[in-house]
Write a protein that binds this ligand. Structure first.
Ligand SMILES: NC(=O)c1ccc[n+]([C@@H]2O[C@H](COP(=O)([O-])OP(=O)(O)OC[C@H]3O[C@@H](n4cnc5c(N)ncnc54)[C@H](OP(=O)(O)O)[C@@H]3O)[C@@H](O)[C@H]2O)c1
Length: 297
């Protein structure tokens, strides 16, 4: 792990598993650390390693140049800070809670009223990977705040600035989690299919995850991503009709093998909707047009 270029005074508010990981990393990298948590005893281990436990949220605010928030949700911010928002004028808040873009925008508006600078963020790794230089942390909001505190943010991982729209960090966060759940469910269903013939998931993983995903799925999507931006779905190498047949085979095989067919059926239904919208001769990625609509109509 590389040492930060400079050290700062940092306050961490919120000492759940993630807040503790952030605090431990900051301490290890030599930053001057103040912590505050609703349940103060959770700071005991950190205090033993040199952190200062603020006696009040007002003290936690005034102790540091940067205040990192790592709480259950956005509402918790107001539970904690509303009684002390007079102390926030001139502070720098970096919020790493999970939430929605609307909640992020509301938090930025609230911070502006208190006179604090506000950067929104999202953590893309579990606590044990905090501090690894390859662990991605997403940020959005004023670029100047990001640049000014880059050294502290780089202590935690690889800080990626996404843009001035405050909601972008949590939007990317949920989009990546959306991808994660869809991918995991795809693997689980596929593993259940081969599992119906007593193939171990571990055996299947060698072909599916070591070869098929990196060598077929990823390059195909990388190549097609620019086409998605142009709503261009060339059917040269396979039409929607061909893909509907493939999804039909997956559904029928699932039924034959006695496993749940709902997932391929759902994916086929999206393809059918795209067909009804005129994408029969395009490729399957034209379902993007269905996903882009709020009702999926
Ligand atoms: N854990 C992960 O793997 C992970 C990964 C990425 C992102 N995140 C995000 O990081 C944030 C923190 O997650 P976490 O895993 O550390 O635990 P968490 O259970 O989401 O949050 C725990 C923290 O919130 C505080 N809290 C909850 N309700 C409160 C209230 N009404 N008033 C004051 N404080 C309150 C807790 O205080 P007490 O200690 O007093 O209960 C504790 O400090 C979340 O937004 C989460 O989505 C977590």
């Amino acid at each position: 792990m590389t040492a930060p270029q400079s050290t700062s005074s940092v306050t961490v508010v919120g000492l759940g598993p993630m807040g503790i990981a952030l605090a431990e990393t900051l301490l290890r990298q030599g930053h001057s650390l103040t912590v505050w948590n609703r349940t103060p005893e959770k700071a005991d281990g950190l205090v033993a390693h040199g952190a200062h436990r603020a006696a009040s949220i007002t003290e936690a605010i005034s102790a540091s140049e940067v205040i990192l928030l790592c709480l259950k949700d956005y509402d918790t911010i107001y539970d904690i800070f509303d009684a002390a928002d007079h102390a926030l004028r001139g502070s720098v808040l970096v919020n790493l809670n999970s939430g929605t873009p609307t909640e992020a925008h509301a938090a930025a508006a609230w911070a502006a009223k208190t006179g604090a600078a506000y950067l929104d963020g999202a953590i893309m790794v579990p606590p044990f990977l905090v501090g690894n230089p390859e662990s991605v942390f997403l940020y959005s909001g004023p670029r100047q705040i990001f640049d000014q505190h880059h050294a502290v943010l780089a202590t935690l991982g690889d800080p990626r600035y996404l843009g001035a729209d405050t909601g972008l960090a949590v939007l990317y966060n949920t989009a990546l989690l959306d991808l994660m759940y869809a991918t995991m469910n795809g693997f689980l269903h596929a593993a259940a299919l081969v599992g119906s013939a007593n193939v171990a998931a571990e055996t299947f993983a060698e072909l599916a995850l070591d070869w098929f995903v990196p060598f077929v799925v990823t390059p195909s999507l990388v190549e097609q991503a620019p086409n998605l931006d142009k709503a261009n779905y060339p059917g040269d190498f396979g039409t929607m009709e061909m893909n509907l047949n493939a999804l039909d085979h997956i559904t029928r095989t699932s039924v034959e093998q006695g496993i749940q067919p709902d997932l391929p059926q759902l994916m086929r239904a999206f393809g059918e909707r795209a067909t009804a919208k005129g994408y029969r001769t395009n490729n399957y990625l034209a379902v993007f047009e269905i996903f882009k609509q709020s009702s999926g109509a």
